[in-house]
Design a protein around this ligand. Structure first.
Ligand code: SF4
Length: 277
């Protein structure tokens, strides 16, 4: 549990994931709803795009966990069907349309993989300590390429990703540093694999860029530690956890509990995050 920083005293080690740090940056009120209020406020309905993303991730992880001989393109399509749910979709027809799209997306991707190219990790948790922060994350896939590791992050959203997305991602930088530390192998390259378009956005970090991201993560974590301690001592109001309305409010699970968020963006249908369908 975090404590307020006393003058001249180092803060206690704070444990965080990149998701937690990014939530604080995006909106302190949403951070409070997500991580501090207990019980948390009820969330809105599930999002169809999250269902799609979860099924695709689970199918790819399940495929890599199969024995080598079972890793066929056909089999990954079967796994998609097994994991599929209609959560968040408008109706059964829309859900079925997207089940077929998900199958196509995943089978097209797997057709370009070498099933013999065993990853070093699949949905692997990795971590490291930097400054006063213990950072952990679960990495979709860690490849071994030559003497180095590569972080692979699957994406299923509408927008094609760019080199700048890979370069600027705090999460990917933390994953690379954490993979290197956990698996004791250099890791500088991060890749965003966008399944809908079949494109890959790549960035090669160096010590300087990784350290810059880790220092930033440590700084955000210090803010989270202060906020957590304030919450624990009863300072739970908007001054400490202000709403930060933005275009993200339309995707916020807690918009129904947030007047400022509702005023900034109209509530979206739970299937609005899909491509036009
Ligand atoms: S609706 Fe917007 S302002 Fe309100 S908690 Fe969610 S992200 Fe923050």
């Amino acid at each position: 549990m975090s404590q307020p920083i006393l003058d001249g005293m180092p803060r206690r080690l704070y444990s965080a994931t990149p998701t937690r740090l990014n939530t604080w940056l995006d909106c302190p009120r949403r951070y409070r709803f997500t991580y501090l209020d207990r019980p948390p406020p009820p969330k809105g309905p599930p999002w169809a795009h999250n269902t799609l993303g979860a099924v695709v991730h689970n199918a790819l992880a399940g495929w890599w966990r199969l024995p080598r001989d079972a890793r066929t393109v056909h089999r990954v399509g079967v796994i998609v069907d097994e994991y599929w749910t209609a959560e968040g979709f408008r109706d059964a027809e829309q859900a079925d349309l997207w089940r077929v799209r998900a199958r196509d997306m995943v089978t097209g991707y797997v057709a370009r993989l070498d099933p013999d190219d065993e990853p070093r990790g699949v949905e692997r948790t990795a971590g490291l300590i930097h400054g006063g922060t213990s950072l952990t994350g679960r990495i979709d896939r860690i490849d071994q390429r030559g003497d180095e590791l590569v972080v692979v992050d699957y994406k299923t959203g509408r927008h094609v990703l760019t080199t700048d997305d890979a370069r600027s991602s705090l999460a990917l930088a933390v994953y690379a540093a954490a993979a290197a530390r956990t698996l004791r192998t250099p890791c500088r390259r991060v890749e965003l694999h966008h399944l809908p378009s079949g494109t890959v956005a790549v960035w090669e970090h160096d010590e300087r860029t990784l350290t810059r991201h880790l220092d930033r993560a440590d700084g955000i974590a210090a803010e989270c530690a202060d906020a957590d301690a304030a919450f624990k001592s009863g300072d739970t109001g908007d001054a400490r956890f202000p709403p930060r309305p933005s275009s993200l409010c339309g995707w916020c699970d807690f918009q129904q509990h947030c007047p400022e968020g509702r005023a900034s963006t109209s509530t979206r249908a739970s299937w609005a995050g899909l491509e036009a369908s």
